[in-house]
Write a protein that binds this ligand. Structure first.
Ligand code: ZN
Length: 198
């Protein structure tokens, strides 16, 4: 890529590190950024720096937030005795968009994957188990229906069983291998309503 200036080449390299961005897309984005008014490009760079410096994990549910505790965990109107376990903050956002779930969440930040060498200690499972010593009526396992999501669900249900807390799994209206964030709200609600006890 030595026909590009060093700065441009660096921008392409950095953008190319993002998931789903190949070299061609990285180049297209880089040219687009360079054609932006300077203040707009600065706002973009600043947004990245600020978010990276200030966004952290909620001390309760582990989702990404600006404060010590996220707005959902600190909301007294939510049902804190029902915890929905999801893989990522994007999955949490998908359920929040339906506007029909009033419980709280727990974000694992991944799923167990023996193939990728990701074990229970690599995701936020300990934090979830710690929460279960409080007042919890139901844990809804809403991990994806991929092999990893199912493995995680099975592992979790075994771990939770001795506590006697009701554990449910969302219905498999969610297509196999389906990423929760791409599924429409009606399907999500159906999956939630049709959950079964484990
Ligand atoms: Zn939270």
């Amino acid at each position: 890529m030595d026909y590009f200036s060093g700065h441009l080449a660096n921008l392409v390299t950095q953008l190319g590190r993002l998931p789903g961005i190949g070299t061609k897309t990285a180049q297209r984005l880089a040219f687009h950024i360079l054609s932006m008014p300077p203040e707009q490009a600065e706002s973009l760079a600043e947004a990245i720096t600020e978010a990276r410096a200030n966004v952290r994990y909620c001390k309760t549910c582990c989702t990404l937030t600006d404060a010590e505790e996220c707005p959902i965990c600190s909301n007294p109107q939510r049902d804190h005795e029902t915890i929905m376990v999801v893989e990522t903050p994007r999955d949490l956002a998908a359920y929040e968009k339906t506007g029909r779930y009033n419980g709280v969440y727990h974000v694992l930040h991944g799923a167990i994957s023996p193939m990728m060498g990701i074990g229970p200690e690599d995701i936020r499972m300990k934090e979830l188990m710690r929460r279960l010593s409080g007042n919890v009526k139901e844990v809804i396992i809403a991990t994806n229906s991929s092999l990893e999501g199912e493995t995680t669900a099975m592992y979790l249900s075994k771990l939770i069983r001795p506590t006697g807390i009701k554990t449910t799994r969302i219905a498999s209206g969610v297509p196999v291998g389906g990423d929760l964030e791409y599924i429409d709200e009606v399907t999500l609600m159906r999956a939630l309503e049709g959950r079964t006890e484990l």
